[in-house]
Design a protein around this ligand. Structure first.
Ligand code: GUN
Length: 289
């Protein structure tokens, strides 16, 4: 088709980090150093990579980071007590427990246990409720990153027909709520949707957050659609690493039909990490106010 804008998530994330760094300086002038605690209870190397990247991001903008690692064979009580300790610490303003957790840990108990004022993931039921009610405190990082990319690309959401593919608590559900809050007409599709193509083809905006490699192609899109790829799938290959990352969208195909497209990698991923920093400085400011 004609002109397609390819969103540069790294560039927008860089702008967000610059804003965060300025806020960190302002807090520093008041004697406050924002602190983020990350908790990892997993042997999964994707999870440990994500956590390391989050710590590196913190360092870059002047947020102090604290890391707790718990052997996944330890009892759940170890994790609960860690959260209680972090809740009580004055130098910790944000707490992030990396998901997924081992099967013997009650994930809902973990999410409830984090002080909602330090819940920079936005997963505590109080914060989920506030988001749905239109009075958000911490907006989950990935959906918040998607909204920021749409804003940066000047996509008007009022009256837009939006189809979100995926209904996870981390991405699909909160994103559908945020789009609704901005007056889009939102359809949320999932694994039991009977005619997915009908819903994607009729949409002005398609957000792919299903975790299925490259399953959305041009045939499923309207001419001129805005396409945001949230997928970060590890696909095995014969490279040295043994895998590469790919999105939920077949980029080469979809870009021929889209007016605006956010690729993966290079779109939402860097934004997710940047929004965590935003939430952490917000938590620090609110807790020290
Ligand atoms: N695992 C996958 N995505 C996320 C996320 O946004 N936050 C946390 N804590 N764990 C995750």
């Amino acid at each position: 088709s004609g002109m397609t804008t390819v969103i540069d998530g790294n560039a927008v994330a860089e702008d967000v980090r610059a804003d965060v760094a300025a806020t960190v300086d302002a807090l520093d002038a008041e004697g406050v150093t924002p602190g983020l605690a990350t908790v990892l209870m997993s042997d999964d190397d994707a999870s440990s990579t994500y956590v390391s990247m989050k710590q590196r991001d913190c360092e870059e903008v002047g947020i102090e980071s604290f890391h707790v690692e718990i052997d996944p064979d330890e009892p759940a009580s170890e994790l609960y007590e860690t959260i209680d300790d972090l809740n009580a610490r004055e130098d910790v303003h944000g707490i992030l427990v990396q998901l997924p957790l081992p099967d013997h840990v009650d994930e809902r108990e973990v999410l409830r246990r984090v002080d909602p004022a330090k819940d920079v993931d936005g997963f505590h039921p109080e914060n989920v409720g506030r988001l749905v009610a239109g009075d958000p405190r911490f907006v989950p990082c990935t959906p918040n990153g998607v909204m920021r990319l749409l804003d940066d690309a000047d996509v008007p959401l009022d009256g837009l027909d939006a189809t979100v593919v995926g209904r996870s608590n981390i991405v699909g559900k909160p994103l559908s709520n945020l789009l609704l809050q901005e007056n889009a007409t939102v359809t949320t599709c999932h694994s039991r949707t009977t005619d997915l193509e009908a819903h994607t083809r009729s949409a002005d905006l398609v957000v792919a957050a299903a975790g299925i490699p490259e399953f959305i192609d041009a045939s499923m899109l309207a001419e001129g659609a805005v396409v945001i790829d949230v997928g970060t799938n590890r696909v095995e290959d014969s490279s040295e690493k043994g895998y590469h990352l790919t999105g939920d969208v077949d980029f080469e195909s979809a870009k021929e039909k889209a007016s605006v497209i956010s690729p993966s990698p290079g779109g939402v991923g860097p934004m997710t990490r940047a929004m965590l920093l935003v939430n952490t400085v917000e938590a620090a400011a609110a807790l020290t106010d």
